[in-house]
Write a protein that binds this ligand. Sequence first.
Ligand SMILES: [Zn+2]
Length: 377
Amino acid sequence: MKESRINKERLFQEFITLAEIDSPSLKERELADYLKNRLQDLGFTVEEDDTAAKISGSAGNLLARLPGAEGLSPLFFACHMDTVTPGEGVEVLFEDGVFRSKGNTVLGGDDKAGIASLLEVLEMLREHEQPHCPLEILLTVGEEHGLLGSKNFDIDKLTSKMGYVLDSTGTPGTIITAAPAQNVLYVTVRGKAAHAGFEPERGVNAIKIASDAISRLRLGRIDEETTSNIGIIEGGKATNIVPDAVFIQGETRSLDRGKLDALTEEIIGEFERVKEIPGASSNIRVDFEYPEYRLDPEQEVVRFASEAIKRTGLEARLEISGGGSDANILNAAGLAVANLAVGMQNAHTTDEFLESQHLIHMVQILWEMIQLSVTGK
Ligand SMILES: [Zn+2]
């Protein structure tokens, strides 16, 4: 496709508009309303599900449908509407072809880069009266809060069996063919409080006990498909009090469910051992956050995207991600879903930026996918 077909000004302005609409997790109302109108104007029927009430959010997931040419298999694209903090009051600076925030918030290219490119492709489809397959657009809420939106979405509402989540860091052309499962661990280590100066021997120091346990853990990269982390530790009240409690949160991830379970058990075991110390106790809760997914490079969902990417002149790269996305949930429900990189960089930081050229590349890729859905492979 000629790049000139893309209305760059419209695309860039759309991205800025989206980024500047506040949509922190569970407060996606304003953006959901904007996107409902936008998609309806593009000819879609849009329905919002009842997820808002289930997750105490302000908006539900949006599912938008556009009928296509007869006999063609439907295709879906999914993005999430929410952003991480600090994400309120975003002001976009657009200089030298790069979008950034003013430095006090994230940019929100995660995942508004995906949404902006989708909207531009839909504008182009309408402008050029281009034939296309039936399209479904899923816009989720609460993705950054443990994939809450997709977890609560009734996947039977999708008629497509194959689709793409547009929500990975990296250069457009990158196809995420595998992503790990994740457990989150919540641990409380308890000891006994005492005055640290008068009678420390009456206390049981929960910080010392928890630290010893943590020092025995294997953390970081365990192997090429397995990681673990302790990310939060809180405890203690004052320097003159022997601390009686420490709260710890950590996680394990692996592409291999057996390894995930074994590593999680190993960590639980270390915190269980705490109970051997007189006066100490521990309590451990494990939440299974999401399952892994792994696509075969020969699977249609991968080959289809690779072919579309090649037709844009970009290089198709298959990569394994260390992070979860809505693709994990949708794959687990039996759909064939790959996550595509949309160009966001330094996501989840106030240094986040997005090159405008990457937005253009995303539009080209999506355009070629829709063309391929008509002409076949
Ligand atoms: Zn994201």
